[in-house]
Write a protein that binds this ligand. Sequence first.
Ligand code: KG4
Ligand code: ZN
Length: 355
Amino acid sequence: MTILAFETSCDETSAAVVRDGRILSNVVSSQIKLHQEYGGVVPELAAREHLKNFLPVAQAALRAAGISPAQLDAVAATQGPGLAIALLVGYKAAQAVAFALNKPFLGINHHEAHLYSPWIEMSREPSVESPGPDSSTLNPQPSTNFQPNVSLIVSGGHTLLVLVESELHHRVLGGTIDDAAGECFDKTGKLIGLAYPAGPLIDQLAEQGNPSAYDFPRPLIHDASDDFSFSGLKTSVRYFIRDHPALLDDPQKVRDLCASVQAAIVEVLVKKTIRAAKRTGVRCVTASGGVTCNRALRSELSRACRQNGLTLRLADKSLCTDNATMIGILAERKLLARVPLPPLDEEIKPGWALA
Ligand code: KG4
Ligand code: ZN
């Protein structure tokens, strides 16, 4: 089965070709530079960029895969959740492609796709650790040794803990009640004067900072729920900077501040993920989403999993941030499981929450 998949839920226009569980191509056109001057993603601009990039990215994915449109068996695209006008462009264009080629079409939940990205094996050599996704050539293959797991999805828009009982069967345990963890990285970075998105920069600066230099709250860390809250942490950084403005003129203190904020975010994410895994009795933890590129989160999660006898599967950095590969992989699994196909003119679902 050969599938052409699309992802346009936020600021990445991505197309991928998946065939029989192998990913033949994965093309991602990122809009980060466009949105940087506004300090965040501007939905209208994102939608216009998707419109401009959709066909070139689709053609590049087909070319890289060596596949002609006639060889496709199905088309898939992210249906939600995400920015409504960004989703609309990619989803409607993908439906039009399926209609023109007379192929089945499948809308995919973006978060459900994230759940499976940690299971995609990368056959290339691991890259040198860097705070962002790398773009070396891919030859990923889906892993066959799936285990029930607790999955952390952690990005600029979402922070979710999900119990994945078996392939295609999951239950949301908790999520953020206000800001996402990535938003906390980005917004505290903005207070420090860092460019958007600040997550990778905080990761880099934190490397030479002291994580115990400043004591920031760990919101909901002792709360019995699997929910998260990051807006109070962001506010406490705001007040801290207001009360110590000179700190921003000292590069070492800025590094210490980054390390301390990062430590607070990472500690909450790791503690609550491990606790959920132990409580539910799974033996495996997985993580995906842009913040999973964070080196402290990756190393703290591995340390905690090792200590607790849990297997850890982290999505490859190139598949942590949004990509069509994960959409194609999940679409293929669903088509093989013979899920009913929705009508071809089905609408986007911007607020489509995982159950
Ligand atoms: O998954 P993603 O590409 O897009 C969505 O938000 O859906 O995630 C982007 C988020 C941003 O908030 C960015 O700052 C954060 O992931 N991020 C990081 C790192 N790399 C990306 N946060 C901390 N450390 C990183 N190395
Ligand atoms: Zn995402």
